[in-house]
Design a protein around this ligand. Structure first.
Ligand code: C5P
Length: 214
């Protein structure tokens, strides 16, 4: 058990991409290194929280004292999130694939004849589902990666998904896989734009805000 402002609190973090198999060797994924989510998990532990980190496939070491649950697909991530409840707060940083292949092949699809066509099925929205859950965390935080009209889209997303806060990042530059992030914190009371910061600093500042709110 940690000490610090978040001692006694359980916080759930999702991070990384999900991989949606097409066949045993191919998948659909979003671009995500997992760095920002792992930094947030680490910063929350540093403030004394018990942290469950549900991670998609990433090449990152587990931060000290973080309870990590590895998953592959969006549906596995949704199940792991549900299984980790109750939580006082949830920070949904994962770049979940919106669609999966409607049918997956047990064997590698051979490259002969015409290119196969892919039928997609919609994945569950883990954040929106958690917002409707009877055990919804008291503080529910979503992320929004946007390339244009960042704050406008994030503000709409906050209401649409039923989140308390949206951390919007402008991914038009070199944020993806990079070490710095420019974010806007969108809450019910307005928008706070943070200067461009290294991802660990974004994590520390967000963790402190979470501690203030809980
Ligand atoms: O709609 P969009 O993907 O931009 O929303 C991003 C936010 O929603 C992030 O917090 C992400 O983790 C979450 N999300 C989710 N499940 C999905 C899609 C997004 O939890 N299927």
């Amino acid at each position: 058990p940690g000490s610090g402002p978040l001692a006694g609190k359980h916080i759930l973090v999702t991070a990384g991409p999900t991989h949606e198999p097409i066949d045993p060797v191919r998948y659909i994924a979003n671009r995500s290194s997992g760095k920002q989510g792992f930094e947030i998990a680490s910063a929350l532990v540093d403030l004394g929280a018990r942290v469950t980190l549900v991670a998609g496939p990433v090449a990152l070491p587990t931060p000290p004292r973080v309870n990590r649950i590895d998953v592959e697909t969006a549906r596995e991530m949704a199940a792991a999130v549900e299984a980790a409840l109750p939580a006082d707060a949830a920070v949904m940083v994962a770049a979940v694939a919106d669609w999966r292949s409607a049918d997956t092949s047990d064997q590698k699809i051979k490259k002969r004849g015409a290119a196969p066509s892919l039928t997609l099925a919609e994945n569950p929205d883990i954040l929106a589902t958690l917002a409707q859950n009877a055990r919804r965390p008291q503080l529910l935080i979503g992320f929004a990666a946007e390339t244009e009209r960042v704050v406008e889209h994030a503000t709409a997303k906050r209401t649409r998904k039923g989140a308390d806060w949206i951390v919007a990042n402008d991914v038009s530059g070199d944020v993806m896989g990079g070490d710095a992030n420019t974010v806007h914190l969108v809450t019910a009371s307005g928008v706070e734009s943070w200067e461009r910061l290294p991802k660990p600093d974004v994590a520390r500042r967000l963790a402190q805000r979470i501690a203030d709110a809980l």
